[in-house]
Write a protein that binds this ligand. Structure first.
Ligand SMILES: [Zn+2]
Length: 179
């Protein structure tokens, strides 16, 4: 077990598309377990392999039902709350509706902003044992899946914002890097 280092923007690995996983072995299962440990350690609800400097189509999600933290006081408990998910080689097979959520990202400390996504997604993926599974995601789970799937395609969330907004954020990060 190990907590891995989370890379921050503008690391090139965050804008590189990952290839599919082809071997489901003990090394993969150890890496997935380390990803969960890293996500928990960073207090995150999702983490993609790119964010720990590995180009593999893998992300993990765990959304605790924590009403204060996620500001969803009126939202009842959903089947995906408090569940630990590992998505390997995920594919969105269907999307519906629109949602705008204030997103954050472990690779962009202190940056939070609204991103438009699909309200619902249907996803096929494999777990760390190579077993295929399907999920129908709504709400924050749907947002999180789309955010993480973007990561493994080399797309960071500021690329989903307006050009003006993303360039302001890039400047802010560049200034911070010089200090
Ligand atoms: Zn992210």
């Amino acid at each position: 077990m190990a907590v891995l280092e989370v890379v921050e923007f503008p690391a090139k690995v965050l804008e590189t598309k990952s290839p599919e996983v082809t071997v489901f072995d003990d090394e993969l299962r150890q890496f997935v377990s380390d990803m969960h440990e890293t996500m928990d350690d960073a207090n995150g609800i999702g983490l993609a392999a790119n964010q720990v400097d590995q180009l593999r189509r893998i992300f993990v999600i765990h959304i605790p039902l924590d009403q204060e933290r996620y500001d969803e006081k009126d939202e009842p408990k959903q089947p995906w709350h408090n569940k630990r998910y590992t998505f390997i080689n995920p594919v969105i097979t269907k999307k519906a509706g629109k949602i705008s959520w204030q997103e954050g990202c472990l690779s962009f400390p202190e940056i939070f902003d609204f991103v438009n996504r699909s309200a619902e997604v249907w996803v096929d993926a494999f777990d760390e044992n190579g077993e295929k599974f399907s999920v129908h995601a709504t709400g924050l789970f749907s947002v999180c899946i789309q955010h993480e799937l973007d990561h493994i395609d080399g797309i960071v969330f500021i690329n989903r914002m307006s050009r003006l907004k993303s360039s302001l954020i890039k400047k802010k990060i560049a200034r911070k890097g010089q200090m």
